[in-house]
Design a binder for this molecule. Structure first.
Ligand code: KG4
Ligand code: ZN
Length: 338
Protein backbone atom coordinates (compact mmCIF):
# COMPACT_ATOMS: atom_id res chain seq x y z
CA UNK A 1 0.00 0.00 0.00
CA UNK A 2 1.33 3.44 -0.85
CA UNK A 3 2.24 6.04 1.77
CA UNK A 4 -0.63 8.22 0.68
CA UNK A 5 -3.11 5.43 1.35
CA UNK A 6 -1.59 4.62 4.72
CA UNK A 7 -2.40 8.16 5.79
CA UNK A 8 -6.09 7.97 4.96
CA UNK A 9 -8.54 7.97 7.86
CA UNK A 10 -11.88 6.20 7.72
CA UNK A 11 -15.00 6.70 9.83
CA UNK A 12 -16.88 3.40 10.11
CA UNK A 13 -20.59 3.26 10.95
CA UNK A 14 -22.50 0.10 11.88
CA UNK A 15 -26.24 -0.09 12.58
CA UNK A 16 -27.30 -3.40 11.00
CA UNK A 17 -28.80 -4.96 14.09
CA UNK A 18 -28.98 -3.77 17.69
CA UNK A 19 -25.57 -2.17 18.22
CA UNK A 20 -24.96 1.42 17.18
CA UNK A 21 -21.27 1.53 16.30
CA UNK A 22 -18.82 4.15 15.09
CA UNK A 23 -15.05 3.85 14.76
CA UNK A 24 -12.06 5.65 13.30
CA UNK A 25 -9.26 3.62 11.72
CA UNK A 26 -6.68 4.27 9.03
CA UNK A 27 -5.90 2.36 5.86
CA UNK A 28 -3.08 0.52 7.66
CA UNK A 29 -5.68 -0.86 10.07
CA UNK A 30 -4.64 1.19 13.11
CA UNK A 31 -7.70 1.67 15.31
CA UNK A 32 -8.06 5.14 16.86
CA UNK A 33 -11.49 4.63 18.42
CA UNK A 34 -14.24 2.02 18.41
CA UNK A 35 -17.49 2.99 20.14
CA UNK A 36 -20.33 0.50 20.50
CA UNK A 37 -23.62 1.50 22.11
CA UNK A 38 -25.46 -1.71 22.84
CA UNK A 39 -29.24 -1.99 23.07
CA UNK A 40 -29.03 -5.40 24.75
CA UNK A 41 -30.68 -4.22 27.94
CA UNK A 42 -33.63 -2.74 26.06
CA UNK A 43 -34.25 -5.90 23.99
CA UNK A 44 -33.48 -8.44 26.71
CA UNK A 45 -36.87 -7.99 28.34
CA UNK A 46 -38.45 -9.19 25.08
CA UNK A 47 -36.03 -12.15 24.83
CA UNK A 48 -34.80 -11.02 21.41
CA UNK A 49 -34.43 -8.05 19.11
CA UNK A 50 -37.53 -6.00 18.30
CA UNK A 51 -36.75 -4.41 14.89
CA UNK A 52 -38.90 -1.30 15.39
CA UNK A 53 -37.29 -0.54 18.75
CA UNK A 54 -33.82 -1.18 17.29
CA UNK A 55 -34.19 1.36 14.49
CA UNK A 56 -35.67 3.99 16.80
CA UNK A 57 -32.75 3.60 19.18
CA UNK A 58 -30.22 3.89 16.36
CA UNK A 59 -31.81 7.23 15.46
CA UNK A 60 -31.55 8.40 19.05
CA UNK A 61 -27.93 7.33 19.46
CA UNK A 62 -26.18 7.63 16.12
CA UNK A 63 -25.17 11.27 16.31
CA UNK A 64 -23.61 11.01 19.77
CA UNK A 65 -21.91 7.69 18.99
CA UNK A 66 -20.26 9.15 15.87
CA UNK A 67 -19.28 12.28 17.78
CA UNK A 68 -17.77 10.17 20.57
CA UNK A 69 -15.80 8.03 18.09
CA UNK A 70 -14.31 11.15 16.50
CA UNK A 71 -13.49 12.82 19.79
CA UNK A 72 -11.92 9.63 21.23
CA UNK A 73 -9.83 9.13 18.08
CA UNK A 74 -7.78 12.24 18.84
CA UNK A 75 -8.34 13.35 15.26
CA UNK A 76 -10.65 16.01 13.93
CA UNK A 77 -13.54 15.35 11.57
CA UNK A 78 -11.63 17.21 8.83
CA UNK A 79 -8.93 14.49 8.94
CA UNK A 80 -11.42 11.86 7.83
CA UNK A 81 -11.64 11.22 4.10
CA UNK A 82 -13.90 8.20 3.81
CA UNK A 83 -17.13 7.17 5.53
CA UNK A 84 -17.73 3.40 5.47
CA UNK A 85 -21.19 2.22 6.44
CA UNK A 86 -22.92 -1.16 6.66
CA UNK A 87 -25.40 -1.35 3.80
CA UNK A 88 -26.40 -5.06 4.02
CA UNK A 89 -27.47 -7.53 5.37
CA UNK A 90 -29.49 -6.82 8.49
CA UNK A 91 -32.71 -5.28 9.71
CA UNK A 92 -33.88 -2.92 6.98
CA UNK A 93 -35.00 -0.15 9.36
CA UNK A 94 -31.72 -0.33 11.27
CA UNK A 95 -29.54 -0.37 8.15
CA UNK A 96 -31.40 2.64 6.75
CA UNK A 97 -30.50 4.75 9.79
CA UNK A 98 -26.77 4.20 9.26
CA UNK A 99 -26.82 4.53 5.49
CA UNK A 100 -28.95 7.69 5.51
CA UNK A 101 -26.78 9.24 8.20
CA UNK A 102 -23.57 8.35 6.33
CA UNK A 103 -24.89 9.67 3.01
CA UNK A 104 -25.98 12.95 4.62
CA UNK A 105 -22.68 13.37 6.43
CA UNK A 106 -20.65 12.54 3.31
CA UNK A 107 -22.67 14.94 1.15
CA UNK A 108 -22.51 17.82 3.62
CA UNK A 109 -18.78 17.41 4.27
CA UNK A 110 -17.77 16.39 0.73
CA UNK A 111 -16.26 13.10 1.89
CA UNK A 112 -16.31 9.78 0.08
CA UNK A 113 -18.75 7.06 1.08
CA UNK A 114 -18.49 3.26 0.82
CA UNK A 115 -21.34 0.83 1.51
CA UNK A 116 -20.05 -2.34 3.16
CA UNK A 117 -21.46 -5.85 3.49
CA UNK A 118 -21.59 -6.68 7.22
CA UNK A 119 -20.33 -10.25 6.59
CA UNK A 120 -17.28 -8.91 4.81
CA UNK A 121 -16.84 -6.75 7.91
CA UNK A 122 -16.73 -9.85 10.12
CA UNK A 123 -14.05 -11.34 7.85
CA UNK A 124 -12.06 -8.11 7.62
CA UNK A 125 -12.04 -7.82 11.44
CA UNK A 126 -8.92 -10.01 11.42
CA UNK A 127 -7.06 -7.26 9.53
CA UNK A 128 -7.34 -5.04 12.60
CA UNK A 129 -4.87 -7.36 14.34
CA UNK A 130 -1.76 -6.39 12.41
CA UNK A 131 -3.03 -7.81 9.10
CA UNK A 132 -1.53 -11.23 9.83
CA UNK A 133 -3.76 -13.43 7.71
CA UNK A 134 -3.32 -13.24 3.96
CA UNK A 135 -5.69 -14.97 1.49
CA UNK A 136 -6.26 -17.66 0.41
CA UNK A 137 -8.00 -18.91 3.53
CA UNK A 138 -11.29 -20.42 4.68
CA UNK A 139 -13.44 -17.79 6.42
CA UNK A 140 -16.19 -18.84 8.82
CA UNK A 141 -18.64 -16.09 9.80
CA UNK A 142 -20.51 -17.43 12.82
CA UNK A 143 -22.89 -14.91 14.34
CA UNK A 144 -26.46 -14.36 15.50
CA UNK A 145 -27.71 -14.00 11.95
CA UNK A 146 -25.32 -16.15 9.90
CA UNK A 147 -23.23 -19.28 9.81
CA UNK A 148 -21.45 -19.02 6.50
CA UNK A 149 -18.28 -20.68 5.27
CA UNK A 150 -16.35 -18.98 2.49
CA UNK A 151 -13.33 -19.71 0.42
CA UNK A 152 -11.55 -16.36 0.43
CA UNK A 153 -9.33 -16.29 -2.64
CA UNK A 154 -8.39 -12.68 -2.09
CA UNK A 155 -9.90 -9.79 -0.16
CA UNK A 156 -13.09 -9.02 -2.06
CA UNK A 157 -13.41 -12.45 -3.68
CA UNK A 158 -15.57 -14.75 -1.58
CA UNK A 159 -17.11 -18.07 -2.62
CA UNK A 160 -19.64 -19.45 -0.19
CA UNK A 161 -19.06 -23.17 0.25
CA UNK A 162 -21.33 -23.85 3.22
CA UNK A 163 -24.06 -22.34 5.34
CA UNK A 164 -26.73 -23.19 7.86
CA UNK A 165 -29.90 -24.77 6.52
CA UNK A 166 -31.91 -23.14 9.31
CA UNK A 167 -30.78 -21.31 12.48
CA UNK A 168 -27.45 -19.53 12.83
CA UNK A 169 -25.11 -20.76 15.57
CA UNK A 170 -25.58 -17.61 17.67
CA UNK A 171 -29.33 -17.93 17.27
CA UNK A 172 -29.11 -21.49 18.62
CA UNK A 173 -27.19 -20.17 21.64
CA UNK A 174 -29.91 -17.57 22.15
CA UNK A 175 -32.76 -20.11 21.85
CA UNK A 176 -31.17 -22.77 24.06
CA UNK A 177 -30.39 -20.08 26.64
CA UNK A 178 -34.08 -19.20 26.71
CA UNK A 179 -35.02 -22.89 27.09
CA UNK A 180 -32.73 -23.09 30.12
CA UNK A 181 -34.13 -19.91 31.64
CA UNK A 182 -30.90 -17.96 31.15
CA UNK A 183 -30.75 -14.41 29.82
CA UNK A 184 -30.28 -12.75 26.42
CA UNK A 185 -28.02 -12.74 24.48
CA UNK A 186 -27.60 -16.45 25.05
CA UNK A 187 -23.99 -16.95 23.95
CA UNK A 188 -22.29 -15.20 26.86
CA UNK A 189 -24.83 -16.68 29.31
CA UNK A 190 -24.28 -20.27 28.15
CA UNK A 191 -20.51 -19.77 28.12
CA UNK A 192 -20.65 -18.48 31.72
CA UNK A 193 -22.86 -21.28 33.12
CA UNK A 194 -21.23 -24.06 31.08
CA UNK A 195 -18.10 -23.59 33.22
CA UNK A 196 -19.96 -25.25 36.12
CA UNK A 197 -21.35 -28.10 34.03
CA UNK A 198 -20.19 -31.54 32.91
CA UNK A 199 -19.92 -31.38 29.12
CA UNK A 200 -19.72 -35.15 28.78
CA UNK A 201 -23.00 -35.83 30.54
CA UNK A 202 -25.22 -35.50 27.48
CA UNK A 203 -23.93 -36.72 24.15
CA UNK A 204 -25.77 -34.59 21.61
CA UNK A 205 -25.26 -36.31 18.25
CA UNK A 206 -23.70 -34.51 15.31
CA UNK A 207 -26.30 -33.35 12.79
CA UNK A 208 -25.30 -34.23 9.19
CA UNK A 209 -21.60 -34.64 10.17
CA UNK A 210 -20.44 -35.31 6.62
CA UNK A 211 -22.05 -32.27 5.04
CA UNK A 212 -20.48 -28.86 4.85
CA UNK A 213 -23.88 -27.28 5.59
CA UNK A 214 -25.06 -27.27 9.20
CA UNK A 215 -28.42 -27.47 10.97
CA UNK A 216 -28.42 -25.74 14.32
CA UNK A 217 -32.17 -26.09 14.53
CA UNK A 218 -31.52 -29.85 14.51
CA UNK A 219 -29.20 -29.48 17.49
CA UNK A 220 -31.75 -27.28 19.27
CA UNK A 221 -34.37 -30.02 18.70
CA UNK A 222 -32.07 -32.54 20.42
CA UNK A 223 -31.97 -30.20 23.42
CA UNK A 224 -35.78 -29.86 23.42
CA UNK A 225 -36.21 -33.64 23.21
CA UNK A 226 -33.70 -34.16 26.01
CA UNK A 227 -35.57 -31.66 28.20
CA UNK A 228 -38.88 -33.44 27.55
CA UNK A 229 -37.41 -36.73 28.72
CA UNK A 230 -35.27 -35.23 31.48
CA UNK A 231 -37.05 -32.25 33.09
CA UNK A 232 -34.74 -29.81 34.89
CA UNK A 233 -34.52 -30.49 38.62
CA UNK A 234 -31.60 -28.35 39.66
CA UNK A 235 -29.28 -25.56 38.61
CA UNK A 236 -26.66 -28.25 38.04
CA UNK A 237 -28.90 -29.86 35.40
CA UNK A 238 -28.94 -26.54 33.52
CA UNK A 239 -25.17 -26.18 33.75
CA UNK A 240 -24.67 -29.72 32.40
CA UNK A 241 -26.99 -29.10 29.44
CA UNK A 242 -25.27 -25.76 28.74
CA UNK A 243 -21.83 -27.39 28.78
CA UNK A 244 -22.90 -30.35 26.63
CA UNK A 245 -24.63 -28.04 24.14
CA UNK A 246 -21.60 -25.76 23.92
CA UNK A 247 -19.36 -28.75 23.22
CA UNK A 248 -21.78 -29.90 20.49
CA UNK A 249 -21.65 -26.45 18.83
CA UNK A 250 -17.85 -26.36 19.01
CA UNK A 251 -17.61 -29.85 17.54
CA UNK A 252 -20.17 -29.11 14.80
CA UNK A 253 -18.29 -25.98 13.75
CA UNK A 254 -14.89 -27.59 13.93
CA UNK A 255 -16.07 -30.55 11.79
CA UNK A 256 -17.03 -27.94 9.15
CA UNK A 257 -13.61 -26.31 9.36
CA UNK A 258 -12.00 -29.67 8.63
CA UNK A 259 -14.42 -30.38 5.75
CA UNK A 260 -13.86 -26.91 4.30
CA UNK A 261 -10.13 -27.47 4.43
CA UNK A 262 -10.51 -30.83 2.68
CA UNK A 263 -12.73 -29.32 -0.03
CA UNK A 264 -10.49 -26.34 -0.74
CA UNK A 265 -7.08 -27.76 0.13
CA UNK A 266 -6.54 -24.67 2.30
CA UNK A 267 -5.12 -25.10 5.80
CA UNK A 268 -5.71 -21.58 7.13
CA UNK A 269 -9.07 -21.08 8.86
CA UNK A 270 -10.50 -17.75 10.03
CA UNK A 271 -13.21 -18.08 12.66
CA UNK A 272 -15.09 -14.80 13.13
CA UNK A 273 -18.44 -13.31 14.16
CA UNK A 274 -20.12 -12.99 17.55
CA UNK A 275 -19.78 -16.69 18.39
CA UNK A 276 -16.00 -16.37 17.96
CA UNK A 277 -16.11 -14.32 21.18
CA UNK A 278 -16.54 -17.66 22.98
CA UNK A 279 -13.28 -18.67 24.69
CA UNK A 280 -14.32 -22.30 25.03
CA UNK A 281 -14.92 -22.61 21.27
CA UNK A 282 -11.68 -20.73 20.51
CA UNK A 283 -9.77 -23.18 22.74
CA UNK A 284 -11.57 -26.16 21.18
CA UNK A 285 -10.53 -25.03 17.69
CA UNK A 286 -6.93 -24.45 18.75
CA UNK A 287 -6.66 -27.78 20.59
CA UNK A 288 -8.11 -29.83 17.73
CA UNK A 289 -6.39 -27.96 14.92
CA UNK A 290 -3.11 -29.72 15.72
CA UNK A 291 -4.47 -33.16 14.74
CA UNK A 292 -5.60 -31.80 11.37
CA UNK A 293 -2.61 -29.60 10.66
CA UNK A 294 -4.85 -26.50 10.51
CA UNK A 295 -3.81 -22.97 11.34
CA UNK A 296 -6.62 -21.10 13.12
CA UNK A 297 -7.07 -17.33 13.23
CA UNK A 298 -9.52 -15.29 15.31
CA UNK A 299 -10.08 -11.53 15.34
CA UNK A 300 -9.51 -9.90 18.73
CA UNK A 301 -12.59 -10.49 20.86
CA UNK A 302 -13.68 -6.85 20.77
CA UNK A 303 -13.80 -7.09 16.97
CA UNK A 304 -15.80 -10.37 16.91
CA UNK A 305 -19.17 -9.01 18.04
CA UNK A 306 -20.73 -6.25 15.94
CA UNK A 307 -18.60 -3.12 15.76
CA UNK A 308 -17.79 -0.36 13.29
CA UNK A 309 -14.01 -0.84 13.17
CA UNK A 310 -14.52 -4.04 11.17
CA UNK A 311 -16.81 -2.19 8.75
CA UNK A 312 -14.13 0.44 8.19
CA UNK A 313 -11.56 -2.38 7.78
CA UNK A 314 -13.69 -3.98 5.04
CA UNK A 315 -13.71 -0.68 3.13
CA UNK A 316 -9.92 -0.57 2.80
CA UNK A 317 -9.82 -2.88 -0.22
CA UNK A 318 -12.43 -0.67 -1.89
CA UNK A 319 -10.29 2.39 -1.20
CA UNK A 320 -7.31 0.56 -2.71
CA UNK A 321 -9.45 -0.21 -5.77
CA UNK A 322 -10.69 3.39 -5.91
CA UNK A 323 -14.23 2.01 -5.82
CA UNK A 324 -16.46 4.47 -3.98
CA UNK A 325 -20.24 4.77 -3.82
CA UNK A 326 -22.45 7.67 -4.79
CA UNK A 327 -24.32 9.38 -1.94
CA UNK A 328 -27.36 9.70 -4.18
CA UNK A 329 -27.60 6.00 -4.99
CA UNK A 330 -26.12 4.18 -2.00
CA UNK A 331 -28.95 2.53 -0.16
CA UNK A 332 -29.58 -0.23 2.35
CA UNK A 333 -30.32 -3.78 1.23
CA UNK A 334 -31.39 -6.85 3.22
CA UNK A 335 -29.50 -9.19 0.85
CA UNK A 336 -26.66 -11.14 2.45
CA UNK A 337 -24.78 -11.99 -0.73
CA UNK A 338 -21.13 -11.07 -0.62
O1 KG4 B 1 -21.80 -10.88 15.23
P1 KG4 B 1 -22.84 -10.53 16.22
O2 KG4 B 1 -22.50 -9.51 17.27
O3 KG4 B 1 -24.16 -10.04 15.52
C1 KG4 B 1 -24.62 -10.59 14.33
O4 KG4 B 1 -24.09 -10.20 13.25
O5 KG4 B 1 -25.51 -11.46 14.43
O6 KG4 B 1 -23.30 -11.89 16.90
C2 KG4 B 1 -24.25 -11.94 17.91
C3 KG4 B 1 -24.42 -13.39 18.32
C4 KG4 B 1 -25.53 -13.62 19.33
O7 KG4 B 1 -26.37 -14.66 18.86
C5 KG4 B 1 -24.78 -14.02 20.58
O8 KG4 B 1 -25.49 -14.96 21.38
C6 KG4 B 1 -23.51 -14.63 20.03
O9 KG4 B 1 -23.19 -13.85 18.91
N1 KG4 B 1 -22.44 -14.54 21.01
C7 KG4 B 1 -21.88 -15.62 21.55
C8 KG4 B 1 -20.99 -15.14 22.54
N2 KG4 B 1 -21.04 -13.78 22.55
C9 KG4 B 1 -21.94 -13.44 21.60
N3 KG4 B 1 -22.06 -16.93 21.31
C10 KG4 B 1 -21.35 -17.80 22.06
N4 KG4 B 1 -20.51 -17.41 23.04
C11 KG4 B 1 -20.30 -16.12 23.33
N5 KG4 B 1 -19.47 -15.74 24.31
ZN1 ZN C 1 -22.53 -9.34 12.97
Amino acid sequence: MSNILSRMYILGIETSCDETGAAVIDTSFNVYSNVVASQTEIHSKYGGIVPEIASRNHIIKIYSVVEEAISKSGLSFEDIEVIAVTRSPGLMGSLLVGVTFANGLAYASKKKVIGVNHLEGHLAAIRLSSDVLKPPFVGMVVSGGHTNIYEVKKWGEYTQIGTTLDDAAGEAFDKVSRLLGFGYPGGPEIERYAKYGNEDLIKFPSVMPDRIDVSFSGLKTFVIDYLKKNPINSEQDKFDIAASFQLAVARTLFERAVLASNITGIKKILFSGGVAFNSYIRDYFLAHSVDHDLEIFFPEKRFCTDNAAMIAAASVRRIEEGSFDDVFSLTASPSSEL
